[in-house]
Design a protein around this ligand. Structure first.
Ligand SMILES: NC(=O)c1ccc[n+]([C@@H]2O[C@H](COP(=O)([O-])OP(=O)(O)OC[C@H]3O[C@@H](n4cnc5c(N)ncnc54)[C@H](O)[C@@H]3O)[C@@H](O)[C@H]2O)c1
Length: 186
């Protein structure tokens, strides 16, 4: 990364979901190194270990609930006075044949990955639209692009995330805003 790109992120306010997970922790750490102030959100109480006075505030809640998304955006505004970046990273994986996937498993994966992403985008967009700036990164998966055997619910949820992202890119984001899907490969 160049010094210019580092400076571009300085003092930006980012909300990162799934911050207690493997990728989420790395994202929080990289953003902190670049001078961002961060709201780190996760359903795991261990997210609180990321707290850093004046730089990282933690929100512990289930992102399937509307209130959790509202609380996370409010935390950014209350503690840091802005919300510049949303990284929808939280997600659940399921490797299970179609025949063995229960409706409860389907609902859990879709609610976490697709509904959770939608709720956080919507709440963030309220702030970003008003301020006419902001960036949203929705973490998808190659499974949502090509479909992978044994991942019917996961692939559907990640496909939904890609389409959510595309629909915002083409319509309702303010002029100075952007959104993009990301497909991590570890
Ligand atoms: N790891 C990979 O190889 C890979 C590949 C492609 C896509 N992804 C995507 O990257 C993202 C992060 O993956 P990871 O490997 O770090 O996974 P992870 O399981 O380590 O982290 C996911 C985090 O999301 C949180 N989370 C799950 N359900 C939640 C809920 N209801 N409310 C709030 N938080 C919740 C978990 O507590 C966890 O901390 C996911 O969206 C995943 O689908 C990962």
């Amino acid at each position: 990364m160049t010094g210019q790109r580092n400076r571009d992120l300085e003092d930006k306010v980012a909300l990162v979901t799934g911050a207690a997970g493997d990728i989420g922790r790395s994202v929080v750490e990289r953003l902190r190194e670049r001078g961002c102030r961060i709201v780190a959100a996760d359903v795991k109480a261990s997210v609180e270990s990321l707290a850093d006075q004046g730089r990282i505030v933690c929100v512990n809640g289930d992102l399937r609930q509307e209130q959790t998304a509202q609380d996370a955006v409010s935390a950014a505004l209350t503690h840091f006075g802005a919300l510049d970046i949303l990284i929808n990273n939280a997600g659940r994986h399921l490797q299970c044949s179609t025949l063995d996937t229960s409706s409860a498993q389907w609902d859990a994966i879709l609610e976490t990955n697709a509904r959770g992403t939608f709720l956080h985008c919507r709440e963030a967009l309220k702030v970003m639209s008003e301020r006419r700036s902001g960036s949203i990164v929705n973490v998808a998966s190659i499974s949502g692009v090509i479909g992978i055997a044994g991942q019917v619910a996961y692939a559907a949820s990640k496909g939904a995330i890609i389409q959510i992202t595309k629909s915002w890119r083409s319509s309702s984001l303010p002029a100075a805003s952007g959104s993009m899907p990301s497909h991590p490969a570890l």
